[in-house]
Write a protein that binds this ligand. Structure first.
Ligand code: B16
Ligand code: MG
Length: 216
């Protein structure tokens, strides 16, 4: 019997991957690196600095920059990304998410957010769902990013349940691995790439019934 839900943000609640892509593509171009949508798949669920490292490695510029220069670049990318987020609104919730969340709330199921994004609270406010969640893990307080299970363990703790009592929802392979590594039940929200190890796979969350999931 499950007692709580843990949601990833980008790719589960809303699709900000396309905005991350625009901001990273511009920054990479400034460095003489060209990235495409296929490469962008590798950045899903990966934190800001790790994403920059992946782009630099892809462009063969891994050892060209100091930490201070990398931090400045990551900040520039984030400033651009935050500009792109300004128009985000409830219409940008992914299809089926709000119906599923409303059903979870109607069943009094605690819900947490486990996102690598430091912009998660801002995004959730723009989407007008911030107050619907019982907890949002602050990724700045974590020792390790996904696929490490730390963020999911912390999300379960924040809603006072064991990881085994939670259902986790993820669109990225790294996230599914983190969910499974702490014994949570994993729902894979598949858009492009197939998600390995997921216990259940859906295209959108309203394919699921809250009652049935709680029985898992
Ligand atoms: P920020 P998720 C992740 O969100 C994104 O998928 C990933 O592309 C991004 O680099 C990461 O958040 C960090 O975001 O730069 O806003 O802190 O899928 O874990 O909700
Ligand atoms: Mg995601």
């Amino acid at each position: 019997m499950k007692k709580g839900f843990v949601f990833d943000l980008d790719g589960v609640i809303t699709d900000t991957a396309k905005l991350h892509y625009v901001a990273w593509k511009d920054l990479a171009a400034m460095l003489g690196i060209e990235i495409d949508l296929a490469f962008n798949e590798q950045l899903k669920g990966v934190g800001r600095m790790d994403s920059l490292e992946k782009i630099l490695a892809y462009g063969g510029k891994k050892d060209d920059l100091s930490l201070a220069q990398k931090e400045t670049l990551a900040e520039e990318k984030n400033n651009h990304y935050v500009e792109l987020l300004q128009d985000l609104a409830p219409k940008d919730l992914l299809p089926g998410f709000k119906e599923f969340l409303d059903s979870a709330k109607a069943h009094h199921i605690p819900c947490a957010v486990a996102s690598a994004s430091k912009n998660a609270p801002f995004i959730l406010k723009k989407l007008e769902v911030f107050t619907e969640f019982d907890a949002i893990v602050d990724p700045a307080t974590l020792a390790k990013g996904k696929p490490d299970p730390e963020i999911f363990i912390r999300a379960a703790q924040a809603i006072h349940i064991a990881p085994e009592e939670a259902v986790g929802f993820e669109d990225a392979q790294a996230g599914i691995e983190g969910i499974k590594a702490c014994g949570m039940f994993a729902v894979g929200v598949e858009t492009t790439e197939p998600l390995h190890q997921a216990d259940l796979r859906v295209k959108q969350l309203n394919e699921l019934s809250v009652e049935e999931l709680l029985q898992k």
